[in-house]
Design a protein around this ligand. Structure first.
Ligand code: PAF
Length: 285
C-alpha cells in the first residue's frame, strides 16, 4: 500500500492503474478508522481493482464550536488498518493543497443541506460537498463509497453528483454496529461510560419504530412516538431531531407512502457528544 500526500504523485499512480485497465474505487474518510470504514473498503473492492482511501480531516465542515481540533488523528494506526483491509493507496493531502491561499469556491446543495443535521450545523454540508467534489476531481474514481450511517450526507452528495454531472457512481454501504446496536462512529470514543451504556437505546428506538411500520403503522406521528418512548430511557441524551422524511428532498412525511428515511440526532449531556443514526422504511437509500 502506498501513502501518497502529493497531488502529482496521486495522479500518476491512478493514471498508471487506468493504463492497466483497472477500475478505481474511492473511500473518502477523515481517518480515526473503525470497522465501519473498513467495511467501506470491502465494498470498494467489489467495484474497483484500485482501492484508494482518502484521509483528510476537512476543516470547512466543522462549525466554530465543533470538535475540529480535538478530532482524533491516529494516522499511523489508520494506515495499518487500511493496509490490512486491502487498501492500495492512502491519499492524505495537505491543507495547503486542499485549500490554497485565496480559495473562495463553495459547493452548496441547497434545501437538502438546510434540514435535519443541517439545521444545527450551518455550512456543514457545503463543507462536505466542496471537499468531496475536490476529492472526486483529484482521484477521478469510477465509484465512491460512503456509509449509510451519514444518510443525509449520502443524499446531499447524490444530489450534487446528479446536478453537476459528476461522472462517478456513488454507493451507500450498510451501517456497521456494535453487538448492542450502537452505530460505529469515530465520535463514540468521546462517550462517558454511562453515556455508552445508554447509547444503544437510540437504535432500539429506531428498531421499535421499524417494527411498528412492519405491523402496518404508516402515520409518522405515531411511528415517531414509538421510538421516543424507548429513547426517553436514555436520560443522558436529548433528542435534537427524530424525523421521518422522503429520501429525495428530505421533506417530512405525514404518512409513509414511499421509501422513507427515519433519522435522529441526539446530544449527550455529560460529554456533549452528538450522535446520529437512521433506518429506512419501505426500501433502501
Ligand atoms: O463522512 C466523512 O467522514 C466526511 O464527511 C467525508 C465524506 C470524508 C468528507 O470530509
Amino acid at each position: 500500500m502506498d501513502v501518497i500526500r502529493q497531488v502529482g504523485a496521486l495522479r500518476l499512480a491512478v493514471g498508471q492503474a487506468r493504463v492497466k485497465g483497472q477500475r478505481v474505487a474511492l473511500v473518502p474518510t477523515m481517518g480515526a478508522l473503525h470497522q465501519g470504514h473498513l467495511s467501506l473498503l470491502d465494498c470498494a473492492a467489489q467495484h474497483g481493482e484500485l482501492r484508494v482511501m482518502s484521509i483528510y480531516v476537512n476543516p470547512t465542515q466543522f462549525g466554530p464550536s465543533e470538535d475540529f481540533t480535538k478530532y482524533p488523528r491516529p494516522f499511523d494506526d489508520d494506515c495499518e488498518l487500511a493496509r490490512g483491509r486491502g487498501c492500495d493507496i492512502v491519499f492524505a493531502p495537505a491543507d495547503g493543497d486542499m485549500y490554497p491561499d485565496g480559495f473562495c469556491t463553495t459547493v452548496s446543495v441547497n434545501r437538502l443541506s438546510e434540514t435535519l443535521c443541517g439545521a444545527s450545523r450551518p455550512g456543514h454540508f457545503a463543507g462536505v460537498a466542496t471537499v468531496v467534489l475536490k476529492l472526486l476531481n483529484l482521484v477521478q474514481p469510477d465509484t465512491a463509497v460512503f456509509g449509510r450511517k451519514d444518510a443525509q450526507q449520502v443524499l446531499v452528495l447524490r444530489r450534487m453528483v446528479q446536478d453537476l454531472n459528476v461522472p462517478v457512481r456513488l454507493i451507500a454501504a450498510p451501517t456497521v454496529r456494535e453487538q448492542d446496536g450502537l452505530a460505529l462512529s469515530s465520535r463514540n470514543v468521546y462517550l462517558t461510560a454511562e453515556e455508552r451504556r445508554q447509547a444503544p437505546l437510540l437504535y432500539r428506538g429506531l428498531q421499535a419504530l421499524g417494527r411498528a411500520f412492519e405491523h402496518g403503522q404508516l402515520d409518522t406521528q405515531r411511528l415517531r412516538a414509538s421510538a421516543r418512548d424507548i429513547i426517553a430511557g436514555a436520560t443522558l441524551f436529548s433528542l435534537e431531531y427524530l424525523e421521518v422524511v422522503d429520501t429525495v428532498m428530505l421533506r417530512p412525511l405525514d404518512r409513509v407512502d414511499r421509501t422513507a428515511l427515519v433519522a435522529l440526532a441526539a446530544r449527550c449531556s455529560q460529554s456533549r457528544t452528538r450522535l446520529i443514526d437512521n433506518i429506512t422504511l419501505g426500501g433502501e437509500l
